[in-house]
Ligand binder design. Structure first.
Ligand code: AMP
Ligand code: TRP
Length: 341
């Protein structure tokens, strides 16, 4: 990871707005685990305040937050080595988010692709929170002075905005206070695509369940979804340039490489020339082998919701211990009186 003037700290977040997909696992969680295991200081967050920028049923939101925590832990996030918590338990996020609402400009927010896609033609009726979403995201990261943020490709623009907010804050107050965060978007699976359409991102909100693999899917369901995944009639190419203009083929090869932890070149060296039927069988086996232990561990953890709540409560205490002193400094910088005993 690149050096910055600030101590290295990793932060990332996932919305508890539905079940976890293979896209979240490969594009985010698997990489969160390797950063933790590589010895970085890691802070991971279930961003429930972000989730409510669109309607969430309260009971479903609680369940999804616990399920996401279970997904993190089952995938290898160790709450003793990483800080794992839900955003709303640490008020620093919302407080810094407000201050950043006063730093960010309307024009910056208007340019966000995710805003345009999510609000669509109905923007008059979208929540104000959905518009301000990226400034809360900048607050998540900067409340910890995080230097590195692992995410999937779709979050790149939000991380550029985070850098813009940090730069503008530093400039207007004449200080080098916030780090200029590095996005970490690496590996074969930074953009896992839908199994039904190689040009669309795999997403928990896609109406077709066949388009995605959920971390809660059974082995049979995973195998069936992969068998039915859209492909083209050609056999697999022997080298990467043979994937040009073959989005579905490219997607399955990327997924295989990311699951196996090998490069796309190495995958094609093994599989080049094979028909998709055969390749899909191997892919389904690999996916089940990787995901089944995670799925069953998630189910086991979900039997004890009180224990999950205890773990993320402790995580929130650790998170607050990092963020609160940073927020105190922010208030001093901005000119807020702090006189409570
Ligand atoms: P979200 O579920 O939108 O909160 O996303 C959580 C994390 O998973 C972010 O880092 C996303 O970039 C990543 N992610 C979501 N969908 C995909 C996908 N289809 N491919 C790769 N990464 C993804
Ligand atoms: N916007 C991210 C997503 O939808 C989730 C998120 C919120 C996040 N805050 C963050 C990711 C801070 C990284 C860092 O995927």
């Amino acid at each position: 990871m690149a050096e910055t003037g600030h101590t290295q700290r990793v932060f990332s977040g996932i919305q508890p707005s539905g079940g976890l997909t293979l896209g979240n696992y490969l594009g985010a969680i698997k990489r969160f685990v390797s950063m933790q295991d590589g010895g970085s200081e890691t802070v991971y967050c279930m961003v429930d305040l972000h989730a409510i920028t669109v309607w969430q049923d309260p009971e479903a939101l609680r369940r999804q937050t616990r399920e996401l925590a279970a997904g993190f832990i089952a995938s290898g996030i160790d709450p003793e080595r990483s800080v794992l918590f839900n955003q709303s338990q640490v008020s620093a996020h919302a407080r810094l988010g407000w201050i950043f609402n006063c730093v960010a400009r309307m024009g910056w927010m208007n340019r966000m692709t995710q805003w345009k896609e999510k609000a669509g033609k109905n923007s008059e009726n979208a929540s104000l929170g959905l518009f301000a979403y990226p400034s809360l995201m900048a607050a998540d990261i900067l409340a910890y002075h995080a230097t590195h943020v692992p995410v999937g490709e779709d979050q790149k623009q939000h991380l550029e905005l985070t850098r813009d907010i940090a730069t503008k804050f530093n400039q207007v107050y004449g200080l080098d206070f916030f780090p200029i965060t590095e996005p970490v978007i690496e590996g074969a699976a930074t953009r896992v695509m839908s199994l039904r359409d190689g040009l669309k991102k795999m997403s928990k909100s896609d109406p077709s369940d066949m388009s995605r693999i959920n971390l809660t899917d059974s082995a049979d369901t995973i195998a069936r979804k992969i068998r039915k995944a859209k492909t083209d009639p050609e056999p697999l190419p022997g080298a990467v340039d043979g994937l040009a203009n073959r989005p579905e083929a490219r997607n399955l090869v990327n997924i295989y490489a990311a699951l196996a932890g090998i490069s796309v070149d190495a995958t094609l060296a093994q599989a080049g020339g094979r028909q998709f039927g055969q390749f899909k069988t191997a892919l389904a086996e690999l996916a089940v082998e990787t995901l089944a232990p995670i799925t069953s561990e998630m189910a086991r953890l979900m039997h004890d919701p009180a224990e999950i709540d205890r773990i993320i409560g402790q995580g929130a205490n650790k998170a607050a211990a990092i963020a609160e002193p940073i927020l105190d400094q922010v208030h001093d910088i901005v000119g807020m009186i702090r006189s409570r005993g």
